[in-house]
Write a protein of this length. Structure first.
Length: 533
């Protein structure tokens, strides 16, 4: 039995072609039968499209192109006509179509078969499956290249007769015959470049969902509120938007967060907006205290940052003559409980001034039990609008939960099993190289994150061509600790996590993986993979 491509004819194909296919399938197994071979090539002075109903090929008998014309066929004054089952008559040119298809396919195959000249010579025949033909029909239609209804009962004999008529057609050695099959029935996997996937993800992930818009409306009528939400629920977007709304109402707003890179990002986002002062907590406090001469003496140790500097804030603000109408805090779970009193004293009305805190308790990697000076029940965000479904599911699984997302599909999350920390670094660099060279992802859209500073330092010693691994915002491929990258995001994240032994490790995993918008690769030992589910 012949090998057919495709192995069956779709039910939507004309009944005449289905009957011809069934007959040709009975050829011996040296024959290849290709149904509906489409082509694109020159038609006169311009490019055109065409299709051969069937192409049959044999290593020694060569290639035959077959055109199927069902229904009643007539030849009037040298012109061909076909009558369909509804009695409709229309002109056809079966042999002209065949000749053109044959020449276009011959040139195409010559380019794709090894050691073949300028053209592959092929034979052709017209198949009339609904009529019987007694002899030659015209100079272009001798009986030898016509297969009629009676011939289909004996397809081997009919095809051999056609092949014998075209004795000069090209034969093929095994390598060429294999290439012929690949050329007419190709198997090609066209992979979407990672950059294109990330672009598509970015187009579908939006800043504000309906839920978040409702939260903003709620905040307009409540001067103090805590907004809780998991990674990707838009807390930072809402914090910035609330600050903009307040400033538009003529109010003086202080917009703060904990870590420096996020503070710089917030400041850049509201740059030029009159009425908003933005940055990270410690930089704001240090600059104000230094400028007003109340900077605490002594070493800048942990006590300096946790207690002494925050305590001097009210005095520094009084000396500078500044006060705010509203305080907006992003990543509020990172603020120590003792900081809220000096922060509220920066307000013109410490008791009733605006105070909006955006937080996620599970991202608490600096404080164990964050407490906020807001009596009202929190507003909860639960729709992830930053991560793809695949990433959101992995993040939620850290705490055994399900993910509520916008339904944006993306690449699967990849886990690379590696125990040695040096090899983990090499895996991270390799993942970035593949993303750049094969995926077309620009360096500025990638970040390598780690739970340990030593891993970040090791990554920063590496290079990818002209690009180095640098701190966030320094122009290379970002390589940072989870702590420093907290609140930020990248289209592609490679996350190094050598252990998952403590609750703090679990919180870091939760934060680190959620920084990826569209693509995520996690590198770690087998026990981490098991712990992450």
């Amino acid at each position: 039995m012949a090998r057919a491509f495709p192995p069956s004819v779709p039910s939507t194909a004309p009944a005449s072609e289905r009957r011809v296919f069934e007959a040709l399938s009975r050829l011996d197994d040296d024959w290849l039968v290709f149904h509906s071979v489409a082509w694109q090539g020159p038609r006169g002075q311009r490019q055109g499209d065409g299709e051969a109903d069937f192409v049959v090929a044999h290593p020694t008998r060569g290639i035959l192109v077959l055109e199927v014309k069902g229904g009643e066929i007539s030849l009037r004054d040298g012109r061909w006509f076909s009558t369909n089952h509804r009695g409709e008559i229309f002109p056809v040119d079966p042999f002209g179509q065949l000749r053109h298809s044959k020449h276009v396919l011959g040139r195409y195959l010559a380019q794709h078969l090894p050691r073949v000249g300028a053209k592959v010579d092929m034979g052709h025949a017209v198949v009339f499956p609904d009529i019987d033909v007694a002899g030659a029909l015209s100079p272009e239609a001798p009986r030898e290249i016509i297969i009629d209804a009676a011939d289909l009962a004996h397809p081997v004999r009919a095809v051999e007769r056609v092949a014998n008529h075209w004795r000069g057609i090209t034969s093929f050695d095994p390598t060429q015959f294999k290439a012929l099959r690949a050329a007419l029935a190709p198997t090609v996997t066209i992979r979407t470049r990672l950059r294109n996937q990330l672009d598509a993800v970015g187009d579908r992930l939006i800043d504000l969902t309906r839920q978040q818009t409702q939260v903003l409306s709620f905040l307009r009528f409540h001067p103090r509120a805590v907004v809780l939400g998991g990674p990707g629920t838009g807390k930072t977007v809402l914090a910035v938007e609330r600050a903009r709304q307040l400033a538009a109402d003529g109010r003086r707003v202080l917009l703060l967060c904990f870590n420096r890179p996020l503070g710089e990002s917030l400041a850049a986002e509201v740059a030029g907006v009159e009425g908003i002062t933005a940055g990270n907590f410690h930089s704001f406090a240090y600059d104000l205290a230094e400028r007003t001469g109340v900077l605490p003496p002594g070493d800048t140790d942990q006590e300096f940052w946790d207690r002494l500097l925050p305590e001097c804030l009210p005095d520094a603000a009084a000396r500078a003559g500044i006060a705010f109408d509203d305080l907006v805090v992003d990543e509020g779970q990172d603020f120590h409980s003792d900081w809220w009193t000096p922060l509220q004293l920066l307000l013109a009305d410490p008791d009733d001034g605006g105070l909006y805190v955006f937080a996620d308790y599970r991202q608490s990697i600096y404080t164990d039990h964050p407490d906020f000076p807001v009596a009202n029940p929190p507003v909860v965000l639960d729709v992830n609008c930053r991560n793809t479904d695949q990433i959101a599911a992995r993040v939620a699984a850290v705490y055994g939960e399900g993910a509520h997302t916008l339904g944006v599909d993306g690449p699967p999350v990849e886990f690379v099993t590696e125990t040695d920390t040096g090899a983990m670094v090499e895996q991270a660099v390799g993942a970035c190289r593949r993303a750049m060279e094969e995926g077309g992802v620009p360096p500025e859209r990638m970040a390598v994150l780690a739970t340990r500073r030593a891993l970040v330092d090791a990554v920063r010693e590496m290079r990818l061509g002209s690009k180095g691994f640098t701190a966030v915002g320094e122009g290379g491929i970002t390589a940072e600790t989870v702590h420093r990258f907290k609140g930020l995001e990248a289209d592609l994240v490679v996350f190094l996590i050598p252990e998952l032994a403590t609750e703090r490790d679990r919180s870091l995993a939760y934060v680190g993986m959620s920084r990826a918008r569209g693509a995520l690769t996690v590198v770690g030992p087998p026990q981490v993979r098991r712990a992450l589910g």
